[in-house]
Design a protein around this ligand. Sequence first.
Ligand SMILES: Nc1ncnc2c1ncn2[C@@H]1O[C@H](COP(=O)(O)OP(=O)(O)O)[C@@H](O)[C@H]1O
Ligand SMILES: [Mg+2]
Length: 323
Amino acid sequence: MNAVSKRVSDPAAFGRVAVLLGGTSSEREVSLNSGANVLAALLARGVNAFAVDGIPALIEVLARQGVDRVFNVLHGSVGGGEDGVVQGLLDAHGIPYTGSGVLGSALAMDKVRSKQVWLSLGLPTPRYLRLAKGADVHAAACELGLPVIVKPSCEGSSVGVTRVFSDEGLEAAVALASRYPGELLMEQLIEGQTQGAGEYTVAILEGVALPSIRIVPATEYYDYHAKYVAEDTQYLCPGLSGAAEAEMGALALAAFEALGCSGWGRVDVMRDAEGRNFLLEVNTAPGMTSHSLVPKAAAQLGIDFNSVCWRILETSMAVGRTM
Ligand SMILES: Nc1ncnc2c1ncn2[C@@H]1O[C@H](COP(=O)(O)OP(=O)(O)O)[C@@H](O)[C@H]1O
Ligand SMILES: [Mg+2]
């Protein structure tokens, strides 16, 4: 799993690289944007790269032209880009790709299953309940204690997510999350913006945690608008210092590895006012748009966007890669 990436200096060594983007998930637009950036970066470094939109198109390309490796920036589950489906297809063809394999992708896409794994290993994550169809949401909120957050288990980009502060908001939150396929969960809301409390994300590249980013949205929380549209969200990197920063990085790496993830990814974490960290989720094909966080964390280490894309592509050349 923790295979070592092979350093590459000649772009020809990568062969023909399909940048897999777009697809049919709710995050299609973001993925098209990420993919265009990745493609431009690889072309700028002399890689023989080309865009492929979605899995049916990839299957055609595999049959007709051949591909030596895939840089996967499909986001989301429907359409199979980030959930293990395309990873299985590529494994069956013996074609290497960036990012986690079948197991890591599938587990990370499912927030409920991710939390089950973390809890079994004693890794901290907000208390939660799965919401089955027809479940008594008021009883669930009572058990967890308001405020809570309701979200679909298998979406991304804050799609279908609602924070709920009073009983009256529960039904609408569940109705919104129910529009998306898969299970729903209700989670204890981790609040606060003072004393380092708030939202963090940690990029992982080649088995190393990059400096954390603290996200301070101008609006109430890091919703879709704050993620992709707003220009006033603040990103502080590194988000913490000293032992707290080291602890955050170690937790993110442990969470990533616990799910069997590899290559690159991003771990979302909430921190409360007492300095306790809570794992939210792992993203196995994170955004690579101009607002995205993996490039921001890499920039803190002096690694520019084109070099990040190159390094991610190198992870597909890993020696001893098994998944
Ligand atoms: N337990 C929680 N407490 C506080 N805020 C949360 C919690 N869970 C999610 N959020 C907020 O909702 C956003 C989206 O949640 P997340 O679990 O990361 O799902 P995704 O990014 O896949 O939509 C987070 O970036 C954060 O702002
Ligand atoms: Mg997230």
